[in-house]
Write a protein that binds this ligand. Structure first.
Ligand SMILES: Nc1ncnc2c1ncn2[C@@H]1O[C@H](COP(=O)(O)OP(=O)(O)OP(=O)(O)O)[C@@H](O)[C@H]1O
Ligand SMILES: [Mg+2]
Length: 452
């Protein structure tokens, strides 16, 4: 005897048709192919069944007495998450079937059909559903609300978990827009032992003369104008996380004060000689190479060591492989939803460009671009012409020594154009060519992408 297959592992299909012979034939064929099959002879019955049971796929006729299959489609799309729907229909209502596909049905099949025709379509639809589920699963924000599955990011998640399990200080480094603040919050919100507030301090923003009172607070009368006591960042973040953003910009005097507070875990409010214990986790972020600043003596080494007990270094977006596509999908859905606009489709060529682009501004650049494309798109299709000029070059900048001169030239032109924010006159000056030559080179670079 074969081991009995667990029924709930099998793919479940509900077939809806008012013609009993059709129902029977389809049921027999699908069962023979190993599916678990349920039947309903009208939409009401089908809906009653779906209210109690989950299936992977609904196969429905369109024309039925009382309620049509299109209403069932609507019901499924609105109420049953994750279930596909396939239409079967007689020739006369083929237009209805096409409309159904536009309204979210996965596919359709015209009656009469043989089982050789039925089974491949069902298999194809199920495969499409499985793929969609796989993508949805990846898009489900993990417990950190961070999108991405690349090995590089998996490594980051492991470090976040490690950091969350302790209360040691963490240094988050990475290019601008890579998600440093997102990571800092993820650590804070998954730390159980530090449930206090998450307080952000931008180290560039505090002038030296206010530093001490901003960080440690002051008591009433500490200086002229101090009419009441006021807590500083360290007190506000007590029992929680103090997020020091752009720590590389901290002035020498700030570095000294931070070091003392971190080292001793105690502070003095300005104007008070009473020592206060603080229990604050410090997470710092930097987009410069702090180690280099230490070597050049711009940053205190002792403070550096205090801060990076755990260092999380965020990879630039172009080192995250398929994550670019996941992030694109995530932002496209989110932004369209927020702005109440249709979710645009991106052409294959645009996707190709996205994969090869350098993304100097990393995730933030991608997010901003998608936002702009969703707002500006005339229809819901985005093609290469809709992209900002510098992206249309589609240069594979990763290339090594096997690249043709035109490509390298195009890349250099692009970089120069970027550096002058697209000002062609200025770019031509830098490149030592006249504006007309520049324009023709840009055209040529564009053509280079088109014939690809
Ligand atoms: N992996 C990700 N998944 C989803 N959204 C992300 C991801 N990484 C970054 N973002 C989003 O991108 C934007 C920039 O992220 P964030 O502000 O954390 O970057 P940053 O590294 O702090 O940048 P900067 O150095 O410029 O301050 C934010 O809107 C953030 O939500
Ligand atoms: Mg930031």
């Amino acid at each position: 005897m074969h081991k009995k297959k667990k029924a709930n592992n099998r793919t479940k299909i509900l077939v809806v048709d008012d013609s009993l012979p059709t129902l029977e034939v389809i049921q027999r064929n699908l069962k023979a192919a190993g599916y678990e099959v349920f039947t309903a002879s009208d939409v009401e019955q089908a809906i009653a069944f779906l209210e109690q049971n989950t299936v992977d796929l609904v196969i429905t006729d369109i024309k039925m007495p009382k309620i049509s299959g299109l209403d069932l489609l609507k019901y499924v799309k609105e109420n049953v998450k994750d279930t596909g729907i396939m239409i079967i229909t007689g020739y006369p209502s083929i237009k209805g079937a096409v409309d159904a596909v536009k309204n979210g049905a996965e596919d359709y099949l015209v009656k009469p059909f043989t089982d050789e025709e039925l089974l491949p379509v069902v298999a194809k639809v199920l495969e499409k559903l499985a793929n969609r589920r796989a993508v949805d699963a990846k898009l489900l924000p993990n417990n950190h609300n961070i999108i991405g599955n690349s090995p590089n990011m998996q490594h980051v998640y492991r470090l976040i978990e490690k950091a969350a399990a302790t209360s040691v200080n963490v240094l988050v480094s990475g290019e601008s827009g890579t998600g440093k603040e997102l990571v800092a919050r993820a650590i804070h919100y998954s730390s159980e032992n530090l449930s206090g507030p998450f307080v952000t301090v931008n180290c560039t923003a505090i002038p030296d003369n206010l530093l001490e009172s901003e960080l440690f607070g002051h008591v009433k009368g500490a200086f002229t104008g101090a009419q009441a006591s006021r807590a500083g960042f360290f007190q506000i973040a007590d029992g929680g996380t103090l997020f020091l953003d752009e720590i590389g910009d901290a002035s020498p005097s700030m570095q000294g004060k931070l070091l003392r507070a971190i080292q001793n875990k105690e502070i003095f409010m300005v104007g008070s000689s009473r020592v206060q214990k603080v229990n604050t986790r410090i997470i710092t972020a930097t987009n410069t190479d702090l180690n280099r600043l230490v070597q050049k003596n711009f940053f205190r080494e002792d403070l550096y060591f205090r801060m990076n007990v755990i260092e999380i270094s965020l990879p630039p977006l172009h080192e995250r492989g398929e994550d670019i596509m996941l992030l694109l999908q995530f932002f496209k859905d989110k932004i369209s939803r927020d702005m109440n606009r249709p979710v645009p489709q991106f052409s294959d060529k645009v996707l190709q460009i996205f994969k090869n682009y350098r993304w100097q501004g990393n995730v933030r650049e991608l997010e901003n671009l998608v936002q702009r494309l969703v707002v500006l798109a005339d229809d819901d299709f985005i093609d290469v012409v809709d992209l900002p000029e510098q992206m249309r070059f589609n240069i594979n900048w990763r290339g090594g020594l096997n690249r043709p001169l035109v490509e390298v030239e195009a890349e250099h032109i692009l970089n120069v154009l970027n550096s002058v924010k697209g000002n062609k006159t200025q770019a031509a000056q830098i490149l030592g060519i006249d504006r007309k030559t520049l324009l023709s080179k840009i055209r040529r670079a564009n053509r280079l992408t088109e014939i690809e």
